[in-house]
Ligand binder design. Structure first.
Ligand code: ATP
Length: 235
């Protein structure tokens, strides 16, 4: 299986404040990788660095066989990487406007086709195109966030805490939605604290204090006493 996204010795942060330290990471093509870590571990900083919203302090990022660490975010989006932030949408814009924004870098015809594809996939959004994203429920907002991220037809989808603020019912719906994308061979990196998402994972990475402390499969994670205790509360 070829590599979709990898980093080597990646360090990153905000101005002089270093948050990520020497991250070596690989996501293979069509793989679903769950990135676990507690609040403040550095997951968001990592995803933002991968998509180009933050410039790394040092290290390499290789995406679809190209070295991209000096590329702008829009160039990375155009080449096939997409990012859903924790908020996911612009609350002051309508559903239709959020989706159009997600397809900003698409040519007009491709954007229209993709917009219709999103309305087919998410009928609840199609029924309320002019509704402001800010007036949607947390669950609907997350669904819009995913649809917006899919507008650019990404090969690689980075998702920042898709379960944040969702009721258990919506968490189940979200997992089913992501399972569908997995079946369509979209490479996904899912930053989460909710271990329920491990049912989607081909592999797991754990981030602690800005460093990757574990990378492997779910079985290996549950064999590790410290991690098992931290993430599953099992002694
Ligand atoms: P969470 O689940 O809370 O979002 P996280 O694992 O995604 O956690 P980050 O949001 O990447 O963690 O935060 C890592 C560290 O970076 C934290 O100490 C945070 O305070 C700091 N940080 C985040 N954003 C900024 C910023 N814009 N400027 C300075 N420090 C920041």
């Amino acid at each position: 299986m070829s590599q979709a996204l990898s980093t080597c010795g990646l360090s990153s942060g905000y101005g002089p404040l270093q948050i990520l330290w020497d991250i070596d990471f690989v996501a293979k093509s069509a793989e679903t990788l769950v990135l676990l870590g507690s609040n403040g571990a550095g997951k968001t900083t990592f995803l933002k660095t991968l998509v180009g919203l933050i410039r790394p302090l040092s290290g390499e990022i290789t995406c679809l066989e190209k070295r991209v660490e000096t590329w702008s975010a829009d160039r990375r989006i155009r080449m096939g990487i997409s990012y859903m932030s924790e908020l996911g949408v612009v609350p002051s814009l309508s559903i239709a406007e959020n989706l159009t924004l997600g397809g900003y870098f698409q040519p007009n015809a491709a954007r229209k086709t993709q917009l219709n594809a999103m309305y087919d996939r998410f009928p609840d959004l199609a029924a309320r195109k002019r509704t402001l994203a800010g007036s949607l429920s947390g669950g609907q907002r997350k669904m819009l966030g995913i649809a917006k991220a899919l507008m650019s037809k990404p090969a690689i989808l980075l998702l920042d805490e898709p379960s944040a603020g969702l009721s258990p019912l919506y968490v189940t719906q979200m997992i089913e939605l992501l399972r569908g994308l997995k079946e369509e061979s979209v490479t996904m990196i899912i930053a989460e604290q909710n271990t329920k998402f491990l049912e989607l994972a081909d592999r797991v990475s754990v981030m602690e204090n800005g460093r990757l402390s574990f990378q492997g499969n779910v079985e290996d994670l549950t064999q590790d006493d410290t991690l098992r205790h931290a993430y599953f509360g099992i002694h």
